[in-house]
Design a binder for this molecule. Structure first.
Ligand code: PSV
Ligand code: MN
Length: 424
């Protein structure tokens, strides 16, 4: 199912007059705002291959129909998103949920849709049917060397798949940890994990990065072996210059100051990638920006400031990905909403008057500092984000077009109502 360029052009034509009115209001008020549009055009957010189906909870899963049945259909779904917003130009694969069978064909299909291969993700948090040893008590931390070896080999295999596809990074998220006091020797668990990660690191091509993702809880609830940014940074520092910390917004203890974490990781040159989502309680995996949009803005504000301080390229030097789950909404609509929220926060962060903020900080003018940040946060940047889409050849209102074209209905007719995508 492809979206025709004419459908986009026609849709944009219908909305053009209203769009131009709204855009000129922003530009009247902020004449320099138009300078950020190209940055918004360049910014791409990868879509994970496991987020295209209906997400479940441990209590149930309510499929919406038309879910992609294989990797080819997942690529087609991301192709639809990218055609609609031109900001979702990459796919992140989870192995073994999405093992590519024919590399050349998969590469060609992705290219047809204008998609690159973002980070590869390994999976040692589930047992596979043909697997010799169980990960019930962990993978890279395991007391049994043979289990650790199996986890290392899996990661090396994931790198090999990625090399064939043109990916440049590996994300390792470990469910390792313990659920009861006394279950683990923390020091030994750390050392086993480090040793295993070192073996994987050895197999990493020179131009690749390794992202060590941390998470404070779940599925283990007493301790996690890569539990927070400090532990991740410890592993990444010991591993070497190709290893970085990956921040998933849902992986912190409640009320953690994620923007400060981001600022310090960037300062150390050790922030590698991002998983976007939103949450109220735990790793809720809700639509980005749906619960705490101000926090998202503050994080982006630190990202922009910290990346600029190091002369980094916003669009390319960090891995940007959505990592969410969709229990209630159509996954494609939900992803469109997340990408929009990310671009809005990024645009607002670009509008922060950095000189004024620095002055306020130097003068301990707390009120002024807040005013500067909130001035940017309260600016309605949606016309700028829409203008970026227009310039990139995307739809002014992606969700409206998705619905007008009855894309979900077409996918259901093509694939059926009872299809189930691989993933969680
Ligand atoms: C774990 O909660 C996580 O955030 C990791 O990134 C996984 O790879 C992903 O979710 C999908 O399960
Ligand atoms: Mn994640």
């Amino acid at each position: 199912m492809n979206i025709d360029k004419n459908q986009i052009a026609e849709h944009n034509q219908q909305l053009m007059a209203a769009h131009q009115r709204r855009l000129s209001q922003v530009i009247d008020y902020l004449p320099n705002a138009v300078n950020i549009v190209q940055k918004l055009v360049d910014f791409q957010v990868a879509i994970p291959s496991w987020a295209l189906g209906t997400g479940g909870t441990r209590f149930g899963r309510f499929s919406g129909g038309g879910e992609p049945r294989n990797l080819e259909e997942k690529i087609a779904d991301i192709g639809i998103l990218h055609a609609l917003n031109r900001s979702s130009g990459a796919i992140s694969l989870h192995i073994p949920w999405d093992i590519p069978k024919d590399y050349a064909a998969i590469r060609a299909l992705a290219e047809e849709h204008g998609l690159a291969f973002d980070a590869m993700n390994s999976n040692t948090f589930q047992d596979q049917p043909d697997q010799a040893l169980s990960y019930k008590f962990g993978s890279m931390q395991h007391v049994d060397k043979a289990v650790r070896r199996q986890a290392v080999e899996h990661n090396i295999e994931v790198i090999k798949h990625g090399v064939e596809l043109g990916s440049k990074s590996l994300t390792v998220w470990l469910a390792d940890g313990s659920s009861f006091p006394g279950q683990l020797n923390f020091r030994k668990a750390f050392q086993n994990t480090l040793e295993s990660l070192q073996e994987v690191y050895e197999a990493l091509p020179d131009d690749w990065k390794m992202f060590v993702e941390y998470k404070a809880f779940e599925p283990n609830f007493y301790s996690t072996t890569v539990g927070d940014w400090g532990q991740s940074l410890l592993y990444a520092s010991k591993l070497g210059e190709k290893a970085y910390t990956l921040v998933d917004l849902g992986h912190h203890l409640p009320n953690a100051n994620i923007e400060q974490i981001v600022a310090l990781l960037l300062m150390e040159g050790k922030l590698g990638g991002f998983h976007f989502n939103d949450s109220k309680y735990g790793d809720d995996d809700l639509t980005t920006g749906s619960i705490k949009p101000y926090q998202l803005f503050l994080i982006f504000s630190e990202l922009v400031e910290g990346m600029d301080a190091r002369g980094m390229e916003h669009a390319k030097d960090l891995g940007w990905m959505i990592d969410a789950s969709h229990n209630l909404k159509d996954p494609l609509e939900d992803l469109l909403q997340s990408v929009e929220a990310i671009l809005i926060a990024y645009a607002q962060a670009l509008l922060v008057d950095r000189a004024a903020l620095q002055q306020a900080q130097a003068a301990n003018d707390v009120v002024r500092a807040q005013e500067v940040l909130q001035e940017a946060f309260r600016t309605d940047v949606r016309p700028l984000v829409a203008e970026a889409r227009l310039r990139a050849g995307a739809a002014l209102n992606p969700i409206q077009l998705f619905r007008q074209q009855d894309i979900r209905g077409k996918l259901i007719r093509e694939r059926g109502t009872k299809t189930v995508a691989t993933g969680l």
